[in-house]
Design a protein around this ligand. Sequence first.
Ligand SMILES: C[C@](O)(CO)[C@H](O)COP(=O)(O)OP(=O)(O)OC[C@H]1O[C@@H](n2ccc(N)nc2=O)[C@H](O)[C@@H]1O
Ligand SMILES: Nc1ncnc2c1ncn2[C@@H]1O[C@H](COP(=O)(O)OP(=O)(O)OP(=O)(O)O)[C@@H](O)[C@H]1O
Length: 297
Amino acid sequence: MTLTLPAPAKLNLFLHITGQRPDGYHCLQTLFALLDHGDSLTFSPSDKLQMHCNDPQLPCDESNLILRAASLLQDHTSHQGGASITLEKRLPMGGGVGGGSSDAATALLGLNQLWGLDLSLETLADLGLKLGADVPVFVLGQSAWAEGVGEQITPVSLPDAHFLVIHPGIHVSTARIFGDRELTRDTPISKLPASLEAVLTRDFHNDCEAVAKRHFPEIGKTLDWLRQHAGNSRMTGTGACCFARLTGPQQGQQLLQQLPQHWTGFVARSRNTSPLHEALARFRETQNSGESAHIEK
Ligand SMILES: C[C@](O)(CO)[C@H](O)COP(=O)(O)OP(=O)(O)OC[C@H]1O[C@@H](n2ccc(N)nc2=O)[C@H](O)[C@@H]1O
Ligand SMILES: Nc1ncnc2c1ncn2[C@@H]1O[C@H](COP(=O)(O)OP(=O)(O)OP(=O)(O)O)[C@@H](O)[C@H]1O
């Protein structure tokens, strides 16, 4: 039996740094939009725990967040069985779209299903937080407003929107941006914005943008290009990806054709409910009705 599940990308529609804790972690406010574009993971039973990936740049050893998620689950439950996991990598790494965190969340939910563990989403989110600040939002599976160091999550309902996301071919280390002395850490606490239009105005911004642009001038060029071609632009997470809201998917496809060399991009739609949760719900429905749409025996 095999189970294939998506690992969607996220955008930080804005990212305010409001302080820093004594342990060095940053207090932030951010609005996460989950997208309908991402990686996918295929799970099948195996005696051993092992993974494969279509991207030779990504190590498939115990440093991979997928295998770290699997080990955490085994330790938490004393589950003895293994699994064979195949990752179809589409999201740029170190891109600020949360690819590694989303892969880890999909591994937690997929193995919970494959191994029949029946752990709650809250338990899986707590386990996920040990792997990274962005993992819980992917586990909980809803676009959300997040505070604290990213772990205080309130689901939100965002209007349907399309975005062009551009990766300028740079790998940004999150720790390097958060560790920069010039990072602005005193943005006043905001209330949840009233509308998506309000989020994309000057009142909301990404505090990491100025530092990331200084380290990587190509990010500034990407923001300028998007501003010229789509009218607004912002960086997601600690970069390197930048995005703009589109009038519709056709505008995005036209802009993708004009992208400068060495840049890649994708067009995606925001989703209030994660495609991961939708796929799992469909899988469970087919299981209950005895069909095998997502299970290949
Ligand atoms: C920038 C965001 O992507 C916004 O969603 C996240 O806050 C980062 O989430 P992430 O990639 O899962 O990051 P983690 O793997 O937890 O942390 C990487 C490093 O970023 C720094 N870090 C991260 C989150 C946070 N609130 N404050 C921090 O200072 C820490 O130095 C940490 O060692
Ligand atoms: N399955 C995985 N996919 C991607 N990166 C992984 C994975 N496992 C471990 N990593 C490591 O994590 C690093 C950051 O990956 P990721 O693509 O999640 O960055 P990001 O998009 O900037 O994340 P965020 O937005 O959460 O800061 C990679 O450079 C890689 O070394």
